[in-house]
Design a protein around this ligand. Structure first.
Ligand code: NAD
Length: 464
């Protein structure tokens, strides 16, 4: 079925769904989705192993658990999120009844990336369904096994007039983007984010853009080097660095650099052994193009004088790049200009924290910024002085799992937010309903008399 026909089929049900898709029914659909996921656990593991060599623990923690907990959280809070809320009348509105009524936007489009291909397609779907919408999902063609799995899962567990999966690449995505969806939820690169927003401008669809970019890390002077190295090795090398909120590069006080790089080396060995290629805990790169890009970036940095502190080994046939740490990476390299999105971590020694803050400020607004520090004054200074999609203090990645926090970027790292009630809000229209109960406006209608003039004056005085 073409993109246009799929859209039209779902959108035809918008009006009826607005009335009939009650909170109880939404909960039932979400429960069916959860059941379908639980029943297909082995298939999910196999698909992610095929696409990304993802270890089972990582599949659970970063693909299955986020979706199941989004379902559980939404089911638990949905009644409250969806309830129409009465608001107090303002002075000039005395005698009216105002209500904010969350209603579904209609039929929405979800475009997903390849790096967490299961979670980033189905997580937004949970919010879209919780808010009462129909949805079309376009999974990433670069994770084909997971794309097929999502299509089968949706077909088998969800009503076909509610959710459709359209598989394919750029062409399919382009066709879908030409349809007048009521909201587009896009997760992917800032470059394609611009394409999505331009397409949305044609239909005036609202958008949520979950994008990427370079997420810097700052080690403060008093940071616990070993704890920081452990947390950073975990955050950086999980899924072989192909994580939108992975630490991109680390600024470390010059005097601490040797101890920090030694601690990183030790953590890498502890997590992945002497030969990470043989480790069942280490994922693979998504494909040959991505491998070539990363290998090229690494070779360029080394040829321009960077020092290899750990890793560096690469095997194209195995889509393998070792957990790699570099120091002394020159600023004019692709590693320092582009989002790395792979297992290469530049460590940059600094002398002056203010210069680091100025350098971050001069770049694009990051999706995440990580700070490792114990000194409250340093934490307060950096919290106030920087802007980013999220700030992690002595932790990496975990804010993604906290459903009471909004998840999203700012500027080139994204627009809008996902998760929990923010995800629900992204897919809802907060419709104001104003009911006139005592005809207060009557005396203010023409013909204007001395009385209406006095009344208008009195009203103006009342509001200031
Ligand atoms: P991508 O932008 O290349 O692709 C994302 C989706 O867009 C895919 O489904 C793809 O088919 C589609 N697409 C690609 N080119 C298109 C075009 N010209 N027109 C229309 N659709 C197109 O991103 P990716 O390579 O899959 O993912 C990597 C990027 O995503 C990184 O920048 C990463 O930081 C970001 N990301 C962000 C988040 C987040 O939550 N903020 C999560 C994961 C990944």
């Amino acid at each position: 079925m073409s993109a246009a026909a799929t859209y039209a089929r779902l959108a035809a049900g918008d009006a009826a769904r607005r009335v009939a898709f009650s909170v109880a029914k939404r909960r039932a659909v979400l429960a069916r989705l959860a059941e379908g996921i639980r029943a297909r656990e082995a298939e999910i593991m196999a698909a992610l192993a095929a696409d990304l060599g993802k270890p089972e623990v990582e599949v659970r923690i970063s693909e299955i658990i986020p979706v199941l907990s989004e379902i559980r959280h939404s089911a638990r809070h949905l009644q409250r999120w969806a309830r129409p809320r009465r608001v107090m009348p303002t002075l000039a509105m005395l005698g009216t009844r105002g209500t904010i009524r969350p209603e579904p936007k209609g039929t929405v489009l979800i475009i997903a990336p390849w790096n967490y291909p299961f979670c980033l397609a189905l997580g937004p779907l949970v919010s879209a369904l919780a808010a009462g919408n129909a949805a079309v999902i376009k999974p990433s063609e670069l994770a084909p096994a997971t794309s097929a799995l999502i299509a089968a899962l949706v077909k088998d567990t969800l009503p076909e007039d509610l959710v459709a999966v359209v598989e394919g690449g750029v062409e399919t995505s382009t066709e879908l983007l030409a349809q007048p969806f009521d909201h587009i939820f896009f997760t992917g690169s800032p470059a394609v984010g611009r394409v999505v927003m331009a397409a949305a401008a044609k239909t005036l669809a609202s958008v949520t853009l979950e994008l990427g970019g370079k997420s810097p890390v700052i080690l403060g002077a008093g940071a616990d080097v070993k704890k920081a190295a452990r947390m950073l090795a975990w955050g950086k090398f999980q899924n072989a660095g192909q994580t939108c909120i992975a630490p991109d590069h680390v600024f470390v006080p010059r005097a601490m650099e040797p101890a920090f790089t030694a601690a990183l080396r030790a953590e890498i060995a502890r997590m992945y052994g002497a030969d990470p290629l043989a480790s069942p805990s280490y994922a693979r790169l998504v494909g040959a193009r991505h491998f070539a890009r990363l290998k090229g970036m690494l070779d360029e940095a080394l040829s321009k004088g960077a020092t290899l502190v750990a890793g560096g080994a690469a095997q194209e046939a195995a889509r393998y790049l070792a957990p790699t740490v570099l120091t002394g990476v020159p600023g004019e390299t692709a590693l320092m200009r582009e989002e790395i999105f792979g297992p290469v971590l530049p460590v940059i020694a600094y002398d002056d924290l203010e210069a680091v803050l100025a350098q971050i400020e001069a770049g694009e607004k990051p999706l995440a910024l990580y700070l490792f520090a114990r000194d409250r004054a340093v934490i307060a200074r950096i919290t106030a002085a920087t802007t980013s999609g999220a700030l992690g203090i002595n932790v990496t990645l975990a804010h993604f799992l906290h459903l009471n926090l909004p998840f999203g970027g700012i500027g080139t790292s994204g627009l809008g937010a996902a998760h929990g009630r923010w995800g629900f809000a992204a897919f809802s229209h907060a419709k104001p309903v104003l009911e006139n109960r005592f005809a207060v406006l009557d005396p203010l209608m023409p013909p204007y008399t001395t009385f209406s003039a006095r009344l208008a004056q009195a009203l103006q005085k009342l509001v200031g």
